[in-house]
Design a protein around this ligand. Structure first.
Ligand SMILES: *[C@@H]1O[C@H](CO)[C@@H](O)[C@H](O)[C@H]1NC(C)=O
Ligand SMILES: *[C@@H]1O[C@H](CO)[C@@H](O)[C@H](O)[C@H]1NC(C)=O
Ligand SMILES: *[C@@H]1O[C@H](CO)[C@@H](O)[C@H](O)[C@H]1NC(C)=O
Length: 335
């Protein structure tokens, strides 16, 4: 008998369900595991029927706690998740099994969240720090991997490679947001001066077209003194190309809606568009992607750029989106 139990212990589990993987990762995903335990619809959002392998980016207990402290005061009773909360679950699930090694190289992932407007699956973007070289040199310390989502969500993977039968789980330090149209996204994030100028120039439909990259500015960069001509604004719209960070590797020029060319360069790991640095990247929208520039675009002359300090902090840090807050309020009841 004793021999038999030892043999059983030594045998690796042949199958591992999502729940078992979450239990094994405990205490990392304890609250999330409890949340989905009785909710088949949430489990189906994470692992849709017919998908053989998925990659899940799930919030740690700390990520839920951090957001919870900002969430509206919940009512007492447990309730079912709202449709947008299931959408977030589906958006936290990408097609195919991508382990940390694969993600560290960076990539664009199709999620299981389908945009109601376009009918297409929304993307997630992963970027690895210094990538494969560091991973190879020191396997015990994986390189930092960032995951970018809608409404400026940027998460760091804090632990990963928890394998289950239908894929792999990575834990992230923030709750992802589902991508929305570009115009809604930049309004939500507070790039109002630039959005106002685009609207006044009649360019609102252009920024919400499918497969469009938009370069924007914070209000303190794009002031009333900025060139607001149609042609100047069109130079911030790149039609028919999704310039996600990983898709910019090897790209040296971008063609704008004004039929002009922007120069793409990388200096010390920092991306520049002409002489302007990208200070916040990969804001995923349902129709494209948005990057924030730190300095007004000028000609090809390279001038010195001095960071203002506030560049590093995302405008998302100081605000919790309505959708995110609802989601977290809901998780309160489920745990
Ligand atoms: C891996 O990196 C960690 C943290 O930087 C360091 O403490 C450790 O010594 C490294 N291990 C190897 C084998 O280089
Ligand atoms: C604004 O930009 C347009 C297009 O680049 C240019 O033709 C025009 O001269 C600029 N206006 C000013 C005042 O700089
Ligand atoms: C840009 O070029 C295309 C074809 O080359 C043309 O159809 C379009 O009207 C041009 N747009 C502008 C703003 O000049």
């Amino acid at each position: 008998m004793k021999f038999l139990s030892l043999a059983l212990l030594a045998t690796p589990a042949l199958t591992q369900s999502l729940k078992q993987a979450l239990d094994a990762a405990s205490p990392l995903g304890k609250q999330f595991a409890a949340g989905i335990a009785g909710d088949q619809k949430a489990q189906d959002a994470l692992v849709p029927a017919g998908k053989s392998q998925v990659t899940l980016f799930l919030p740690t207990d700390k990520a839920l706690d951090d957001h919870r402290s900002n969430a509206p005061r919940p009512s007492k009773s447990k309730r079912a998740l709202k449709p947008e909360e299931y959408a977030i679950a589906a958006y936290s699930s990408a097609d195919g099994k991508q382990d940390l090694t694969a993600l560290s190289a960076g990539g664009v992932l199709k999620t299981n969240n389908v945009d109601a407007g376009s009918g297409k699956a929304n993307d997630l973007v992963a970027e690895g720090g210094s990538g494969k070289l560091r991973l190879r040199a020191n396997t015990t310390t994986p390189p930092p991997i960032s995951v970018f989502g809608g409404l400026g969500a940027k998460a760091a993977i804090v632990a990963g490679d928890f394998v289950f039968d239908q894929g792999v789980i990575h834990f992230v330090d923030t709750v992802m947001d589902v991508p929305q149209l570009t115009s809604f996204t930049i309004a939500t994030l507070g790039y109002r001066n630039f959005l106002g100028a685009l609207a006044a120039a009649g360019l609102s439909p252009a920024i919400d077209k499918s497969t469009t990259t938009l370069l924007v500015y914070r209000d303190d960069v794009f002031t009333s003194a900025a060139n607001q001509s149609v042609k100047s604004l069109q130079q911030h719209i790149i039609p028919n190309f999704l310039a996600y960070g990983p898709s910019l590797v090897g790209v040296t020029t971008l063609t704008t809606a004004a039929n002009t060319t922007l120069k793409v360069s990388v200096v010390g790991g920092q991306y520049f568009i002409n002489d302007s640095p990208i200070v916040k990247s990969n804001i995923i929208s349902s129709n494209g992607v948005v990057h924030v520039l730190g300095k007004l675009l000028t000609g090809p002359t390279i001038t010195t750029y001095t960071p203002t300090g506030s560049d590093a902090t995302s405008s998302r840090v100081n605000q919790i989106t309505i959708v995110g807050a609802l989601f977290l309020a809901a998780w309160n009841y489920l745990v």
